[in-house]
Design a protein around this ligand. Sequence first.
Ligand code: SF4
Ligand code: SF4
Length: 397
Amino acid sequence: MSHRLDPNLLLELKKYGDVNVEACFNCGNCTAVCPLSTEDESFPRRMIRCVQVGMRDELLGSKELWTCYYCGECSETCPRQAEPGEFMAAARRYAIANYDRLGLAKMLYTSPALSLIFLALVAVFLAAFMYTQHGPMNTTSLALFQFIPDELIHNLGVAAMVFIGLVGLMGTVNMVLQIARADGLTKAAIAGNSGIRLNWFEALWDTLGVEVLGQTRYRRECETAEERPPWYLQKWFIHASTMWGFMGLLLATALDWFLALLGIKPTGTWVPIWYPVRLLGTIAGLFLVYGTSVAIIKRLLKTDKTSSHSITSDWVFLGLLWLSGVSGFVLEVAIYLPRASSWGYWVLLFHVSVAMELILLAPFTKFAHAIYRTVALYVHSLKPMATVELARPAGAD
Ligand code: SF4
Ligand code: SF4
């Protein structure tokens, strides 16, 4: 395969983070200490080399970008302070911006002032739009969905999902084609038309079950035994807590709507806290607020390498997640107070605007990691069945 070289690649990458890899003299120490690097998937030194010589396509089509969970061990031990861990994080932002053809991700990552103005305008627009449709503020009981009709919230949510689905799909196709090119997988093989049988289901389990939901390698490999803090402060748990929390809240919202559709529970009616869907939402919210609070504190205190380089988009992402979790709890308090409090209506408007903004911007923010990491790991786990069988050690069956 021929490689197109881009002499500006390193300069371009510097816009996406605190990249200092020109200091790197390729000793390979970072690759040696990286707990996730393997003989077949060797990083971060190889990635650094790609950028130093301008191999843009190679960088954008590499699984290694997404295999790194930014544990920071490579940066701790680099003799040149080239910050290879931060380089990998910046390279992921660069990749997301390149997969997104709308240019929004690039603006959010590289123009802090513009991105803050944009985010404020989107939030104000969403809140103003919902407010124009508002109903009465009942003062005898907190009738939240008389104030902002649940149908309006549902329709806005569906529109946001369709938008992110389409944008996410476009970005994902771009990424898959890049990876497939770099891996030598043909379009026919991916589409299943080549006569080559791929390990579709095994790859799906390895990706979703083992890597994404189980966080297995992150959990087992990314903290050395000597410095391992209590489990609730370990990086994998903070990461998983945030991810599980947000996914649990999405699931609770979807279930609430689905049960209403089936006529089991009309949306928006008062339910006790132990009602299963409400309980799921409450527990998920606790995970989300815990994970984001610890992540914010670590970044403020710069407790380790991974939390000492924060760009505006990191703060915005964590801030929006935290605000949506905390405002959800304040709303819950308002619901269960014995007397209706009119501030509950404003909290609802704020909460829905923030949550909606988070969802709308998912393909352009750090959320995009969830999409791209999963798909990249899946594509890379795909192997022709013959290779899978050959790779299996003799007598394994
Ligand atoms: S980033 Fe640091 S540890 Fe890695 S190869 Fe370069 S100089 Fe060596
Ligand atoms: S940050 Fe951690 S996982 Fe990523 S390359 Fe460095 S050592 Fe490996």
